[in-house]
Design a protein. Sequence first.
Lengths: 170, 241
Amino acid sequence: MTGLYTRWAIIVGGLLLLAMMTNQQYQRDLSTLSLATVLNSPGTSEPVRIQGMVKSGTLSGDVEQGQATFELIDGPTTLPVEYAGPPLENIRELKTMVLIGQLDKATKTFKAQDTALINNFEFVAAAYLLTVISLCWVLFAMSQRVMVLFKEIKDEKLYEPESDPLAKQE
Amino acid sequence: MLNRFIRYIQRYKGWFGGAAVICLFLGLYTGLLASPADYYQGELVRIMYVHVPLAHTSTLAYSVLFFGSIWYLWKRDPLVDNMCQASAGICALFTALALITGSIWAKPTWNTWWTWDPRLVSFSVLLLILGGYLMLRKLVDDPERGGRYAAILAIVGGIDLPIIKFSVEWWRTLHQPMSFSTRGVAISDDILVPLTLMSIGAWLLFAYMVMVRTQILYLSNLLQAKKGRLFSQTHFSQTSP
């Protein structure tokens, strides 16, 4: 049994390490901040990602040239955005977008330089967790069952020859 | 012949398990960390690295069940019957997981958890057939008769395999067409590497799981037979004058 648990400890440890590395990469490259968090932050020179919906009736500028101003909403919070970067291919009003840029604390305007795809990472995490946990659970149960069966066979002395009841009667 | 092959390959069970773990770890690493997001699907493409191997492996598992059932009806080999039963259970697990992960991918992509698409429906039918197979084995008292009926069901249910495979070509469907065909490979290398690693890992894992489950069924039958013999011996000695 000790060998079984050691093997599984190594597998679970490896999976946890992989999960931690994935989470680290997600926090670094994909996670977005809420508009309220950005507005309340002291403001840094490092670019941040924000996600929100383009407010209806606020979009103006030349989006094909990569110049646009609009307001982004996220629940009750609204944040004015000045975009200057690569041409915006499919921006429209009421569209949820991820923008990369910095907050200008003086004007309370978000200066965006790029856009990113909405990551939907919760769906990815759900699919992986479900698959890995189910397979590990079934495999562990199977390995344990084999051990239990071997023990039962040992206890039952199945390998010993059986006496023939008919021969005994004679 | 198949009996001898199963006994021979059982010796290398540990190697299959070890190779599966290595492939799956490499696949998970490349799929989650090393590969880039897709231009259209974004991060959601990573779900494909679990969904597609699970779906491929479930059709492989059903193929094993199908051919094993034909062999069992022909030779009546109990070890092959055990292998079929093992394949059916594992196939059901892989099919259910493929359907659920597909559904998780469909929600943000198609904006629905489920649609009556030919590929989805034919794959769900496979799960129903497997449910019927496993229930039949449980419900029929005589294991040999149960095995025979279940084998017939598995062979008849085999008609679903080509339907699953070609459903995306025969009918208008939301599901992606075949990525591997005689026309070539329609996937970029960035996606192909984790997908291949995960697929090989899933196939090896299936092989390992079938071996372990076949062993469980074999040992359980052995124990049951021993207990049955002990019971009849006791009964015989008590009732004899």
